[in-house]
Design a protein around this ligand. Structure first.
Ligand SMILES: [Zn+2]
Length: 273
Protein backbone atom coordinates (compact mmCIF):
# COMPACT_ATOMS: atom_id res chain seq x y z
CA UNK A 1 0.00 0.00 0.00
CA UNK A 2 1.47 3.38 -0.93
CA UNK A 3 2.27 5.43 2.19
CA UNK A 4 3.10 9.11 2.56
CA UNK A 5 6.66 8.82 1.14
CA UNK A 6 5.35 6.99 -1.95
CA UNK A 7 2.70 9.68 -2.46
CA UNK A 8 5.29 12.42 -2.09
CA UNK A 9 7.59 10.65 -4.57
CA UNK A 10 4.61 10.31 -6.96
CA UNK A 11 4.03 14.05 -6.63
CA UNK A 12 7.70 14.74 -7.41
CA UNK A 13 7.57 12.28 -10.32
CA UNK A 14 4.49 13.67 -12.10
CA UNK A 15 4.78 17.33 -11.18
CA UNK A 16 7.37 18.49 -13.77
CA UNK A 17 5.29 16.94 -16.59
CA UNK A 18 1.85 18.22 -15.65
CA UNK A 19 2.32 21.47 -13.73
CA UNK A 20 1.49 24.56 -15.82
CA UNK A 21 -0.12 22.41 -18.54
CA UNK A 22 -3.72 22.67 -19.70
CA UNK A 23 -6.09 19.73 -19.27
CA UNK A 24 -7.61 18.89 -22.67
CA UNK A 25 -9.88 16.12 -21.45
CA UNK A 26 -10.25 13.51 -18.71
CA UNK A 27 -11.22 10.03 -19.90
CA UNK A 28 -12.84 7.89 -17.20
CA UNK A 29 -13.06 4.21 -18.19
CA UNK A 30 -14.06 2.89 -14.76
CA UNK A 31 -15.90 5.30 -12.45
CA UNK A 32 -16.39 2.75 -9.65
CA UNK A 33 -13.43 3.39 -7.40
CA UNK A 34 -13.61 3.60 -3.58
CA UNK A 35 -16.02 6.49 -4.19
CA UNK A 36 -17.53 7.15 -7.62
CA UNK A 37 -15.27 9.33 -9.78
CA UNK A 38 -16.73 12.88 -9.73
CA UNK A 39 -18.92 13.36 -12.82
CA UNK A 40 -17.63 16.92 -13.30
CA UNK A 41 -14.19 15.54 -14.23
CA UNK A 42 -15.45 14.15 -17.55
CA UNK A 43 -16.64 17.59 -18.63
CA UNK A 44 -13.48 19.48 -17.59
CA UNK A 45 -11.74 20.99 -20.57
CA UNK A 46 -9.13 23.66 -21.19
CA UNK A 47 -8.35 24.22 -17.52
CA UNK A 48 -4.87 25.16 -16.40
CA UNK A 49 -3.01 23.13 -13.74
CA UNK A 50 -1.47 25.77 -11.49
CA UNK A 51 -0.04 23.52 -8.79
CA UNK A 52 0.55 19.91 -7.76
CA UNK A 53 0.51 19.50 -3.98
CA UNK A 54 -0.13 16.87 -1.35
CA UNK A 55 -2.21 16.75 1.83
CA UNK A 56 -1.80 13.56 3.92
CA UNK A 57 -2.00 10.79 1.29
CA UNK A 58 -4.07 12.85 -1.16
CA UNK A 59 -2.55 14.39 -4.30
CA UNK A 60 -4.09 17.73 -5.20
CA UNK A 61 -4.03 19.02 -8.80
CA UNK A 62 -4.98 22.66 -8.44
CA UNK A 63 -6.65 24.53 -11.31
CA UNK A 64 -8.29 27.96 -11.60
CA UNK A 65 -11.76 26.45 -11.29
CA UNK A 66 -11.16 23.86 -8.58
CA UNK A 67 -9.01 20.99 -7.37
CA UNK A 68 -8.72 17.38 -8.52
CA UNK A 69 -8.17 15.14 -5.48
CA UNK A 70 -6.44 11.80 -6.17
CA UNK A 71 -5.88 8.98 -3.67
CA UNK A 72 -3.95 5.86 -4.68
CA UNK A 73 -5.82 3.58 -2.27
CA UNK A 74 -4.26 0.13 -1.79
CA UNK A 75 -2.75 -0.41 -5.23
CA UNK A 76 -3.02 2.75 -7.35
CA UNK A 77 -0.20 4.28 -9.37
CA UNK A 78 0.30 7.18 -11.78
CA UNK A 79 2.42 7.41 -14.91
CA UNK A 80 3.10 10.15 -17.44
CA UNK A 81 3.02 8.81 -21.00
CA UNK A 82 2.80 10.02 -24.59
CA UNK A 83 -0.80 10.17 -25.81
CA UNK A 84 -1.76 7.24 -28.02
CA UNK A 85 -0.18 4.52 -25.90
CA UNK A 86 -2.73 1.72 -25.60
CA UNK A 87 -4.37 1.42 -22.17
CA UNK A 88 -4.33 -1.77 -20.12
CA UNK A 89 -6.97 -3.55 -18.09
CA UNK A 90 -6.59 -1.57 -14.85
CA UNK A 91 -5.91 1.85 -16.42
CA UNK A 92 -9.09 3.52 -15.18
CA UNK A 93 -8.47 7.24 -15.77
CA UNK A 94 -6.44 9.22 -18.35
CA UNK A 95 -5.87 12.95 -17.96
CA UNK A 96 -4.91 14.35 -21.37
CA UNK A 97 -2.60 17.36 -21.40
CA UNK A 98 -1.90 20.14 -23.88
CA UNK A 99 1.78 19.07 -24.16
CA UNK A 100 0.79 15.80 -25.88
CA UNK A 101 1.25 13.71 -22.73
CA UNK A 102 -1.24 12.04 -20.47
CA UNK A 103 -1.42 11.22 -16.79
CA UNK A 104 -2.60 7.61 -16.51
CA UNK A 105 -4.13 6.12 -13.35
CA UNK A 106 -3.82 2.36 -12.81
CA UNK A 107 -5.49 0.66 -9.85
CA UNK A 108 -6.17 -3.13 -9.86
CA UNK A 109 -8.00 -3.12 -6.51
CA UNK A 110 -9.94 0.13 -7.14
CA UNK A 111 -9.66 1.49 -3.59
CA UNK A 112 -8.37 4.86 -4.79
CA UNK A 113 -10.35 7.97 -5.68
CA UNK A 114 -10.61 10.84 -8.19
CA UNK A 115 -12.73 13.67 -6.83
CA UNK A 116 -13.43 17.26 -7.85
CA UNK A 117 -13.66 20.18 -5.41
CA UNK A 118 -14.96 23.38 -7.04
CA UNK A 119 -12.95 26.51 -6.15
CA UNK A 120 -14.02 27.92 -2.78
CA UNK A 121 -15.44 24.63 -1.49
CA UNK A 122 -13.81 22.15 0.86
CA UNK A 123 -13.90 18.38 0.92
CA UNK A 124 -15.01 16.65 4.14
CA UNK A 125 -12.23 14.03 3.94
CA UNK A 126 -9.60 16.78 4.01
CA UNK A 127 -11.14 18.63 6.98
CA UNK A 128 -10.22 17.61 10.52
CA UNK A 129 -6.86 16.19 9.49
CA UNK A 130 -3.94 16.74 11.84
CA UNK A 131 -0.80 18.58 10.69
CA UNK A 132 1.69 17.22 8.17
CA UNK A 133 4.46 15.20 9.88
CA UNK A 134 7.20 17.11 8.04
CA UNK A 135 5.77 20.53 8.92
CA UNK A 136 7.18 22.69 11.74
CA UNK A 137 3.81 22.50 13.55
CA UNK A 138 4.41 18.82 14.27
CA UNK A 139 6.74 19.22 17.25
CA UNK A 140 6.97 18.19 20.92
CA UNK A 141 5.22 21.44 21.93
CA UNK A 142 2.20 20.48 19.82
CA UNK A 143 1.97 16.80 20.66
CA UNK A 144 2.79 16.69 24.41
CA UNK A 145 -0.44 18.40 25.58
CA UNK A 146 -2.53 16.28 23.18
CA UNK A 147 -1.04 13.09 24.65
CA UNK A 148 -1.44 14.19 28.27
CA UNK A 149 -4.80 12.46 28.82
CA UNK A 150 -4.41 9.60 26.37
CA UNK A 151 -3.64 6.14 27.73
CA UNK A 152 -3.73 4.36 24.36
CA UNK A 153 -0.44 2.82 23.18
CA UNK A 154 1.88 5.48 21.79
CA UNK A 155 2.03 3.62 18.48
CA UNK A 156 -1.73 3.90 18.00
CA UNK A 157 -1.60 7.55 19.06
CA UNK A 158 0.98 8.57 16.41
CA UNK A 159 -0.97 6.66 13.73
CA UNK A 160 -4.14 8.71 14.44
CA UNK A 161 -4.73 11.07 11.48
CA UNK A 162 -6.35 13.64 13.78
CA UNK A 163 -3.07 13.93 15.73
CA UNK A 164 -0.70 13.85 12.75
CA UNK A 165 -1.23 12.54 9.21
CA UNK A 166 0.86 10.08 7.24
CA UNK A 167 2.57 8.02 9.96
CA UNK A 168 1.72 4.61 8.48
CA UNK A 169 2.40 1.30 10.17
CA UNK A 170 5.93 0.78 8.79
CA UNK A 171 7.00 4.29 9.78
CA UNK A 172 5.43 4.08 13.26
CA UNK A 173 7.36 0.85 13.96
CA UNK A 174 10.65 2.16 12.60
CA UNK A 175 10.53 5.58 14.28
CA UNK A 176 9.64 4.06 17.70
CA UNK A 177 12.60 1.71 17.35
CA UNK A 178 14.94 4.57 16.43
CA UNK A 179 13.63 6.66 19.34
CA UNK A 180 14.05 3.66 21.71
CA UNK A 181 10.43 3.92 22.86
CA UNK A 182 8.29 0.82 23.41
CA UNK A 183 5.20 0.90 21.15
CA UNK A 184 2.96 -0.36 24.00
CA UNK A 185 3.74 2.52 26.35
CA UNK A 186 0.69 4.69 27.09
CA UNK A 187 0.90 7.94 25.09
CA UNK A 188 0.67 9.97 28.30
CA UNK A 189 3.73 8.23 29.82
CA UNK A 190 6.13 9.89 27.37
CA UNK A 191 8.14 12.83 28.68
CA UNK A 192 8.74 16.02 26.70
CA UNK A 193 12.25 14.82 25.71
CA UNK A 194 10.70 11.48 24.62
CA UNK A 195 8.35 13.37 22.32
CA UNK A 196 11.20 15.51 21.00
CA UNK A 197 13.09 12.35 20.09
CA UNK A 198 10.07 10.54 18.63
CA UNK A 199 8.98 13.51 16.52
CA UNK A 200 12.55 13.85 15.22
CA UNK A 201 12.73 10.14 14.34
CA UNK A 202 9.35 10.22 12.54
CA UNK A 203 10.62 13.09 10.39
CA UNK A 204 13.97 11.35 9.72
CA UNK A 205 12.36 8.02 8.80
CA UNK A 206 9.88 9.67 6.40
CA UNK A 207 12.54 11.91 4.85
CA UNK A 208 14.89 8.97 4.35
CA UNK A 209 12.14 7.04 2.56
CA UNK A 210 11.35 10.01 0.29
CA UNK A 211 15.05 10.32 -0.58
CA UNK A 212 15.25 6.59 -1.34
CA UNK A 213 12.18 6.86 -3.57
CA UNK A 214 13.80 9.78 -5.38
CA UNK A 215 16.06 7.30 -7.17
CA UNK A 216 12.98 5.90 -8.95
CA UNK A 217 11.71 9.17 -10.48
CA UNK A 218 12.39 7.99 -14.06
CA UNK A 219 9.92 5.13 -13.52
CA UNK A 220 7.04 7.58 -13.92
CA UNK A 221 7.66 7.72 -17.66
CA UNK A 222 7.80 3.94 -18.13
CA UNK A 223 4.69 2.33 -19.66
CA UNK A 224 4.68 -0.59 -17.21
CA UNK A 225 5.53 -1.29 -13.59
CA UNK A 226 4.39 0.55 -10.49
CA UNK A 227 6.08 3.92 -10.12
CA UNK A 228 5.99 5.27 -6.59
CA UNK A 229 6.59 1.84 -5.06
CA UNK A 230 10.11 1.23 -3.83
CA UNK A 231 12.01 -1.05 -1.47
CA UNK A 232 13.19 0.45 1.79
CA UNK A 233 15.80 -0.44 4.35
CA UNK A 234 13.92 -1.46 7.48
CA UNK A 235 15.26 -2.18 10.96
CA UNK A 236 12.38 -3.94 12.74
CA UNK A 237 9.29 -3.93 10.53
CA UNK A 238 8.56 -7.49 9.30
CA UNK A 239 11.59 -8.85 11.20
CA UNK A 240 9.96 -10.85 14.04
CA UNK A 241 12.42 -13.40 15.43
CA UNK A 242 15.43 -11.79 13.72
CA UNK A 243 18.29 -10.32 15.71
CA UNK A 244 17.93 -6.64 16.66
CA UNK A 245 20.35 -4.63 14.47
CA UNK A 246 21.52 -2.72 17.57
CA UNK A 247 21.81 -5.30 20.39
CA UNK A 248 21.20 -8.75 18.85
CA UNK A 249 18.14 -9.60 21.00
CA UNK A 250 15.15 -11.15 19.24
CA UNK A 251 12.67 -8.77 17.59
CA UNK A 252 9.21 -9.10 19.17
CA UNK A 253 5.86 -9.01 17.39
CA UNK A 254 2.29 -8.34 18.55
CA UNK A 255 -0.90 -6.82 17.15
CA UNK A 256 -1.68 -3.34 18.50
CA UNK A 257 -4.93 -1.79 17.29
CA UNK A 258 -5.13 -4.52 14.62
CA UNK A 259 -1.77 -3.48 13.20
CA UNK A 260 1.33 -5.65 13.19
CA UNK A 261 3.86 -4.27 15.63
CA UNK A 262 7.59 -5.02 15.91
CA UNK A 263 10.09 -3.95 18.58
CA UNK A 264 13.14 -4.93 20.64
CA UNK A 265 12.54 -5.44 24.38
CA UNK A 266 16.15 -4.55 25.20
CA UNK A 267 16.38 -1.33 23.15
CA UNK A 268 12.75 -0.30 23.78
CA UNK A 269 12.03 -1.15 27.45
CA UNK A 270 8.38 -1.18 28.55
CA UNK A 271 8.90 1.09 31.55
CA UNK A 272 10.62 4.43 31.67
CA UNK A 273 14.19 4.10 32.94
ZN1 LIG B 1 17.81 -4.22 20.55
Amino acid sequence: MPELPEIEVSRLGISPHINNQRIQQIVVRQPKLRWPVSKQLSSLSDVHIVGVSRRAKYLLLETESGTIVIHLGMSGSLRVLEQGIEHGKHDHVDLLLSNGKLLRYNDPRRFGCWLWIPAGESLAILDNLGPEPLSDIFAADYVTPLAARRRIPVKQFIMDNKIVVGVGNIYANESLFNAKINPLRPANSLSYPDWEELVLQIKLVLNRAILQGGTTLNDFEQPDGKPGYFAQELQVYGKAGDACPDCGAQIQQQMIGQRNTFWCDMCQPKEEV
